[in-house]
Design a protein around this ligand. Structure first.
Ligand code: SAH
Length: 221
């Protein structure tokens, strides 16, 4: 398992983070490995300084460019769904954003490939990966609706922005037995979906109502 390098990162009190973990448990998150990783990942370094004091609240927070760092409950839930049928080696994330979800994944799987369409967000995320010593993360500035074909197939794909319908490219880039966790819908109604590819067939489950920023095509910056 990839370990974080926390040297030089001022951690807020362990108590604050432990409270967040208890809340996640109360909300039904049960995967202990996911909870352990979130208990030691410093969420405050993924925010601008003015917002860092709110890092351990269970809420989504702005990261600029009209984007948000996902709510911890959602990060935990999506991660445990992705891992629910066994460990994943190669995972594609669409929507790097702050890189917080990326950093959580990187401590639980062998390799994370993450795609972001807004270049300045990607640059900041890259710096944070470097700071944490997460060398198993590969970032790309691209439209993630097309996936990242050269590095596939993936045994897990996690999407952190909502398309109205699931992009076929993502399904195509799933390995046999691969899991896709993705919010689907518009600005009023979205459902978190879990898909499992088995040979030629796809098993699909609706998990719960969620609210993500939209998946937008094209690149910026
Ligand atoms: N996991 C991130 C979530 C950020 S919000 C975090 O917790 O910080 C969703 C991100 O998806 C935004 O950064 C947005 O720019 C990005 N995004 C939206 N559409 C995209 C696309 N087609 N390809 C790649 N990234 C996309």
């Amino acid at each position: 398992m990839t370990q974080l390098n926390l040297g030089g990162i001022g951690m807020t009190s362990q108590r604050t983070r432990d409270r967040l973990i208890s809340r996640l448990r109360e909300q039904g998150v049960t995967d202990q490995a996911v909870l352990d990783v979130m208990a030691r990942t410093p969420r405050h370094i993924f925010l601008d300084e003015a917002l860092a004091h709110r890092a351990y609240e269970d809420s989504a927070l702005p990261i600029g460019y009209q984007q948000t760092l996902s709510q911890p409950y959602i990060v935990a839930r999506m991660t445990e769904l992705l891992l629910s049928t066994g460990p994943r080696k190669r995972v594609l994330e669409v929507g790097t954003g702050s890189g917080y979800q990326t950093a959580v994944l990187a401590q639980l799987v062998d390799r994370v490939y993450s795609v972001e369409r807004i270049l300045p967000l990607q640059s900041k995320a890259r710096e944070r990966m470097r700071m944490l010593g997460l060398s198993n993360v590969h970032l790309k500035h691209a439209d993630g609706g097309m996936g990242w074909e050269e590095r596939g197939p993936y045994d897990g794909i996690l999407v952190t922005a909502a398309p109205e319908t699931i992009p076929q490219a993502l399904i195509d880039q799933l390995a046999d037995g691969g899991m896709l966790v993705i919010p689907v819908g518009n600005s009023r109604h979205q459902q978190l979906r879990l898909l499992k590819k088995q040979g030629e067939s796809l098993e699909e489950l609706s998990i719960e109502a969620v609210m993500f920023v939209p998946l937008v095509s094209g690149r910026v910056g």
